[in-house]
Design a protein around this ligand. Sequence first.
Ligand SMILES: Nc1ncnc2c1ncn2[C@@H]1O[C@H](COP(=O)(O)OP(=O)(O)OP(=O)(O)O)[C@@H](O)[C@H]1O
Length: 275
Amino acid sequence: MPSSPSSSPTSKSEAPPPAAAGTADLVIRVRGLVTRFGRQTVHDGVDLDVRRGEVMGIVGGSGTGKSVLLKEIIGLMRATAGRVEVLGVDMLAADSATRRAVQGRWGVLFQDGALFSSMTVAENVMVALKEHTRLDPCLIQELARIKISMVGLPPDSCAKYPSQLSGGMRKRAGLARALALDPEILFLDEPTAGLDPIGAAAFDELIGTLQRSLGLTVVMVTHDLDSLYAICDRIAVLVDRKIKVGTIDMLLADPHPWIHDYFHGPRGRAAAVKR
Ligand SMILES: Nc1ncnc2c1ncn2[C@@H]1O[C@H](COP(=O)(O)OP(=O)(O)OP(=O)(O)O)[C@@H](O)[C@H]1O
């Protein structure tokens, strides 16, 4: 396992997308998802397939339902209608034990790291290990130390409280916690929000390196065009209450007005230049 990932990121836009997968290689399968809040319809028949080992970015205008979709996939919210399968389990129909078992196979990084403020970084990472395993306490401490090192935090951050860390360090600590149980899937909600451009690029590089070395499937809600170019294999765009999925090159050629403006606007052009 890498102690401090340092290899330079490969622009995913240059790489061919992972081979089209059969159903067996799908780790997430969303079908006909409908989400309504009162009279507001946020999703109206959303379909999404995420293949094992790919990095899927989720983008869309403000309020198009990116975060709600993520919450519905990880079971924090219940869709009005439709089907969500994760790792072959129908999450809406499964009993609580089955759902819990699947939940142990993914990690989530929320925007601010969502760390417990009264616990040190190491204690935060140990929470899931204590809850989901029966490992010896010394081994749990050692595993937490390894995860904290994997995300590039110095050893002395283990004993620090979240309030003693910078925003970027808090995100790394949240990532260490998300990786605690060696997940197969990593869900990220706007991982680079609030970071300066250099910090954001370093975080993208970390995600890319961890994804490759650990063979993770990553699902990432983001507004960050640089992240899309740097680490995403495919991108799911929420438009017109549905989803369009493609590689960056496919979406660059898409005539939908929002997609065109997003990828060909000033920020899109600036991100494309860095490819
Ligand atoms: N619990 C809720 N009750 C009622 N409406 C909600 C609830 N959660 C979200 N919404 C609405 O659903 C819509 C989609 O919200 P969501 O947070 O998913 O947007 P988003 O695409 O992530 O936006 P942003 O990019 O601004 O973060 C919004 O109009 C929001 O007000």
